[in-house]
Design a protein around this ligand. Structure first.
Ligand SMILES: Cc1cc2nc3c(=O)[nH]c(=O)nc-3n(C[C@H](O)[C@H](O)[C@H](O)COP(=O)(O)OP(=O)(O)OC[C@H]3O[C@@H](n4cnc5c(N)ncnc54)[C@H](O)[C@@H]3O)c2cc1C
Length: 406
């Protein structure tokens, strides 16, 4: 098993006892990640979506991890889920981003807010990986402030029609279903819907190829022109869409924070190897003290990022056991913001140090660290930017009346 992953498991085991079944699943995740190293590298070099990732994850059963057993999943804890994502993060954030949207966000939304019919229809194919989801919130003019969205729905016949454009959507051009957020034209607020990607009136616009990293992840613009949905496609209560989006992003941030642990580990392990192999000025660069400083800093970053992520996992577990408790929800929410904010900053900083340790070779995709550097940058943007997390954290500390925006 991967040495860093063994350490993650050992660390988690000091907090929560992991069962034999859970350890077996983690072994599968390790095998999947190992199998994905070469395909991920090759597709990254070609700046293209990694078509091999979904089949490998399906084969190793990774999509079913958080989905309840009665709906075809493994029903495992947020701790196991987080550990799996740490392992995937060692590959960079390409597949971890797909996995985050599918399992941390979409599966969570349907398990938590879906009707019995929606659960029966969607969770089983999600657990097997036969149905891939996207999460469509952002628009060209509505990013940090989703209230500004202009995608609309309006009543028509027995259901509704949807019109608008979504932007920067992970899994956008490859998904089977979408969780879409739209604003009522009749003043009923923002509502979330499940939409089949084969629906008439839906089309994929531009697939974003000009990203500065994350090449193996699919990111697309999506257009909705009079797309018909039925009343049964509404998730939860009409008008409560943003509440659902925010509760899903809580979970998504846990996933991204976890993947960032993997980025730090991969940055450190590649740097240790390079520091022992590369010789300059008559000795291994690892014997130059300023290189040791980078190694030490990455090691410290790992230690500093781990606990906030695991603490957020524990807070999420507490909330899951009591999902109507508002105080537990708030705790889980703020801890997942802290986890993502801290881990993403430290992941980017670690990948930057790893590039430095690798010198000119590090500034290329031939090295293992170039990808980590490019990919980790996005973790400070998606699922709530650094600034949005800072505002959330500050208003939590300062208390009522100190929210920077309504
Ligand atoms: C690769 C990638 C994948 C993505 N995947 C998805 C996806 O699957 N689904 C989805 O819905 N979205 C997705 N996104 C979109 C992402 O969530 C948004 O980019 C992000 O929320 C920020 O929105 P924005 O880009 O419009 O930036 P803006 O909101 O325009 O922000 C620009 C800057 O202003 C700052 N800012 C904004 N408001 C405030 C404020 N009140 N106070 C202080 N500073 C502020 C921001 O922090 C940022 O620094 C993805 C983005 C990327 C890059």
């Amino acid at each position: 098993m991967n040495k860093e992953f063994e350490e993650d498991i050992r660390y988690a085991s000091s907090i929560t006892k992991l069962s034999e079944t859970e350890l077996k699943v983690l072994k599968e995740a390790d095998a999947a990640a190992e199998e994905l190293v070469m395909p991920e590298y090759e597709h990254y070099m070609n700046h293209e979506f990694n078509t091999e990732a979904i089949p490998v994850a399906k084969k190793h059963g990774l999509f079913g991890i958080p989905i309840p057993v009665e709906y075809g999943g493994l029903g495992l804890s947020p701790m196991v889920h987080s550990l799996v994502q740490m392992r995937l993060g060692q590959l960079g954030l390409g597949f971890a981003t797909l996995y985050d949207v599918q399992t941390f966000i979409a599966a969570n939304i349907i398990s938590r807010w879906g009707s019995d019919e929606q659960k029966l229809k969607h969770l089983k194919p999600m657990a097997s990986g036969d149905s891939i989801f996207s999460f469509c919130l952002t628009e060209p003019e509505a990013g940090s402030d989703p209230n500004m969205m202009s995608t609309t729905y309006t009543k028509e016949g027995s259901g509704y029609v949807i019109n608008g454009t979504k932007y920067l959507i992970t899994n956008g051009s490859i998904c089977d279903h979408m969780i879409l957020f739209a604003k009522s034209k009749d003043g009923n607020g923002i509502t979330s819907f499940i939409i089949n990607s084969k629906s008439e009136g839906f089309s994929v616009g531009t697939v974003l190829k000009e990203k500065i990293g994350l090449f193996t992840s699919d990111t697309a613009m999506l257009d909705f022109e009079n797309v018909h949905v039925e009343k049964e496609d509404i998730i939860g209560t009409e008008g409560k869409g943003l509440h659902i989006a925010y509760s899903a992003l809580l979970n998504g941030r846990l996933g991204i924070g976890s993947a960032c642990i993997g980025v730090i580990e991969a940055s450190l392990s590649a740097s240790i190897k390079r520091a022992k192999e590369r010789i300059q000025h008559g000795k291994e660069i690892g014997k130059h003290q300023l290189i040791q400083q980078h190694i030490s800093a990455m090691r410290q970053n790992l230690e500093m990022a781990r606990w906030p992520v695991l603490k957020a996992v524990l807070e999420k577990e507490a909330y899951d056991k009591n999902p109507d408790n508002e105080a537990l929800l708030k705790n889980a929410d703020i801890n997942s913001a802290l986890a993502k904010r801290i881990a993403s900053r430290l992941a980017f900083e670690s990948a930057d140090r790893a590039v430095q340790v690798h010198g000119g070779f590090g500034y290329s995709l031939m090295s293992p660290v170039g990808q980590l550097f490019l990919d980790s940058r996005v973790a400070r943007i998606y699922e709530g930017t650094d600034e949005i997390q800072d505002l959330k954290i500050a208003s939590d500390v300062l208390g009522a009346g100190y929210s920077a925006y309504a």
